[in-house]
Design a binder for this molecule. Structure first.
Ligand code: ZN
Length: 98
């Protein structure tokens, strides 16, 4: 097994502040939010995100890096079944009628 990280891991002191300043989209998640990573098909804790510097650029990555190559772009609010994660509980929000 070779899961050693290719790039130096960047230590973030204030992870929420870092997200606020570097998250590439408008809906900045909170550290206690969960997101579904479509790269590793797993619900992840936002607070566990990793940051790597690749060629001078900082990337916010899936907590499962380096096993998962996903980044914030791969994080969804819903999984494939239409579930959202509320405080660790999956709730189905897909519209199947009443
Ligand atoms: Zn992932």
């Amino acid at each position: 097994m070779w899961y050693r990280s290719k790039y130096p891991e960047y230590e973030i002191r204030d992870k929420q502040k870092y997200l606020n300043e570097n998250y590439p989209f408008d809906d900045v998640p909170e550290l206690n939010d969960k997101r579904f990573c479509i790269c590793c098909d797993t619900w992840i804790d936002v607070a566990d995100y990793k940051v790597k510097i690749v060629l001078g650029e900082e990337y916010i990555l899936c907590p499962n890096y380096p096993k998962c190559n996903g980044s914030v772009i791969d994080w969804c609010n819903e999984d494939y079944e239409g579930n959202i994660n509320m405080d660790g509980v999956l709730i189905n929000v897909s519209e199947n009628g009443d």
